[in-house]
Design a binder for this molecule. Structure first.
Ligand code: ZN
Ligand code: ZN
Length: 212
């Protein structure tokens, strides 16, 4: 854990409170072992421990659901799913599609907007309400599908990242982010990841176009 003169993992969100976090070689979620305070974060392969007192759920941190290159604080219902770069891209896609395609955090429900209703429905108040309800329904489905898809995508992008940085097996978060920092993936790597995410989501994007 010596501080070499490499690019800093802190540029990728790392901080000392994450020193016990490791990347599970099976599900790629972060988990902890041997924490002195016993409040260990568990990955999806391990049974959940007792509920921690100061968080909405037992998670200290997770990696960006799009690029997997940044660690993000977690444990709150306000916690983000994406690093700053990926979040901007995700929001852009939602704006372009006039609906929430990629939820950007657990609180997405509150950030979902009602997609524009068809103009024909505007003359009649009753129809308008109905159409808006349909819009809300569609947005909610988008979120459900969206978060699911994000987790599936993450399980695809992580093994690629690990391979790219020459890592395998059970690696610590610090080791991983040091490799990320040393490899200094520029914005282009994130764009590539985001492009992959969009292509991964393509069937659902097309589906939503058909419905609208
Ligand atoms: Zn696991
Ligand atoms: Zn990202």
């Amino acid at each position: 854990m010596a501080n070499e003169k490499r690019a800093s993992p802190s540029a990728y969100g790392y901080s000392d409170e994450y020193e016990y976090l490791r990347i599970c070689p099976t599900c790629y979620e972060l988990y902890e072992t041997a924490r002195p305070d016993g409040e260990e974060q568990r990955c999806t392969c391990r049974p959940a421990g007792k509920r921690w007192p100061h968080r909405d759920f037992n998670q200290r941190a997770m990696l960006c659901r799009c690029c997997g290159l940044n660690v993000l604080p977690s444990g709150s219902r306000w916690s983000p799913y994406f690093c700053r770069e990926c979040r901007l891209l995700a929001m852009g896609v939602s704006v372009w599609n006039r609906r929430l395609v990629f939820p950007t955090g657990r609180h997405s429900l509150m950030h979902a907007w009602v997609p524009k209703t068809p103009s024909a429905a505007r003359s009649d108040h009753g129809n308008e309400v109905e159409a808006q309800a349909a819009g809300v329904h569609a947005a909610l489905q988008g979120i459900e599908h969206g978060s699911d898809g994000l987790w599936h995508w993450y399980a695809l992008v992580m093994p690629r990242n690990l391979q790219h940085f020459g890592l395998e097996g059970d690696v610590s978060l610090l080791e991983y982010l040091e490799a990320v920092a040393a490899g200094a993936p520029a914005l282009s790597t994130r764009l590539e990841a985001f492009d992959g995410l969009c292509r991964f989501f393509q069937p659902s994007l097309r589906e939503s176009e058909r419905k609208n």
